[in-house]
Design a protein around this ligand. Structure first.
Ligand SMILES: NC(=O)c1ccc[n+]([C@@H]2O[C@H](COP(=O)([O-])OP(=O)(O)OC[C@H]3O[C@@H](n4cnc5c(N)ncnc54)[C@H](OP(=O)(O)O)[C@@H]3O)[C@@H](O)[C@H]2O)c1
Length: 356
């Protein structure tokens, strides 16, 4: 598996990262260890955890796996803090305050059985903690040696730009990565954040690259109808976990989504790949993507998805997927700016470009 540099860090990540969100939730510990072994056998070394996944069990499983294999130094270990872990977290048990983040990092280190995290990410913005404050907290983590690099997840354009500039202005450890939702069904990250990451040299780490399973093709109307049910059934995220899934089944079960999935399936069939592989290859070659975070429940799913390693779609296939999945741009300011930029570029005889 090829490696890419993660933003300005100089640290190499494998082109696919293994996400640990299913560990301790849908997937029991023995199976998670088998999945981690299969990922390493497939050439991967980068693992994405979060303290909140399965109330800490996910990090514990990864920690015990690293201890039993003796491979901590071979792994690029990422985790996140911000959300409450467990129902009794209390009012100060979440957010980006120094109080909470310091406890959260120490708890993650304990669960993972390590003395340092390679990439520590704030899981989302906190309206109650100024970015200056959490950037200083993260900088202190780096100086203490408990964290190597700093990343963020789920920020919008102004929040990310503000945090980048504040870190630079205050001489604090720089933000090297953004982890957003990004897949053929969710391309809103392209409205501002992709350009920002490119301009500022951040690596993008897409989450939910298969849209929670939609882009595998297993929720096509004819597949669901053939099961004799109106909604997905069986051991799938949308079938057996109403908290995470049925809501998004109803949210996504529309003509636009089915048209995108049908195009993915058509391209996959024509080239002899699976739909998952095609959808993963599409996102993994978007601008600024450093590593795409795989989510799997079983070893078989991982083996399917690893078929996307080294897979590059043709320009024609990419153009078809771009066209069918193009998100409708909110008219203001995005549509307005797009039209204004287009007119300006036409004056140069160059209608293409990336700034909207
Ligand atoms: N920063 C954040 O806020 C955030 C949020 C979400 C995720 N993440 C990260 O991103 C990672 C991936 O997210 P995700 O799990 O939502 O990714 P995803 O790839 O969109 O969905 C993964 C799910 O799709 C199904 N699936 C995957 N491969 C399949 C295959 N080959 N055939 C059939 N079904 C398949 C499985 O669910 P079923 O078998 O149950 O259907 C699997 O759990 C997470 O582990 C986590 O590290 C981060």
């Amino acid at each position: 598996m090829r490696r890419r540099v993660l933003g300005s860090s100089g640290m190499l990540v494998t082109e696919f990262t293994l996400g640990a969100m299913t560990f301790g939730a849908e997937t029991p510990e023995d199976d998670t260890h088998a999945i981690l072994d299969a990922f390493v056998a497939g050439g991967g070394d980068t693992i994405d955890c979060a303290d909140v996944y399965a109330e800490g069990r996910s990090e514990e499983y990864v920690g015990r796996w690293m201890a039993s294999r003796g491979n901590r130094d071979d792994v690029v270990l990422m985790t996140k803090g911000r959300f409450p872990v467990g129902a009794d977290a209390g009012p100060n048990g979440f957010g980006l305050s120094r109080r909470h983040l310091t406890r959260a990092l120490d708890a993650s280190l304990r669960r993972l059985g390590t003395d340092h995290i390679d990439l520590y990410q704030v899981h989302a913005w906190d309206p109650l903690t100024p970015p200056e404050q959490w950037l200083q907290t993260l900088d202190a983590f780096v100086r203490s040696g408990k964290v190597r690099e700093i990343g963020v997840s789920n920020l919008n354009g102004w929040q990310l730009q503000r945090a980048i500039m504040l870190a630079r202005q205050e001489g604090l450890a720089p933000i090297v990565s953004l982890q957003p939702q990004y897949n053929l069904l969710a391309r809103e990250v392209e409205w501002e954040l992709v350009d920002l990451c490119e301009l500022e040299g951040l690596g993008l780490l897409p989450w939910s690259p298969l849209g929670g399973g939609w882009l595998t093709g297993k929720y096509r109307r004819e597949v669901v109808a053939a099961s004799g049910s109106d909604v997905p059934t069986g051991a799938t995220r949308l079938g057996e976990d109403p908290g995470r899934g049925v809501e998004s089944w109803y949210k996504r079960n529309d003509d636009r989504v089915h048209a995108i999935v049908d195009e993915v399936v058509a391209i996959a069939d024509a080239r002899g790949n699976t739909p998952s592989q095609v959808a993963l290859a599409w996102v993994n070659h978007r601008r600024t993507v450093a590593s795409t975070i795989l989510g799997v429940r079983t070893v078989a799913q991982l083996e399917d998805n690893l078929g996307a390693v080294g897979l590059e779609l043709s320009a024609e296939e990419t153009a078809r997927l771009d066209a069918v999945s193009a998100p409708e741009l909110p008219d203001y300011p995005y549509g307005f700016l797009s039209r204004a930029s287009e007119r300006r570029r036409e004056a140069l005889g160059d209608p293409a470009g990336s700034d909207g």
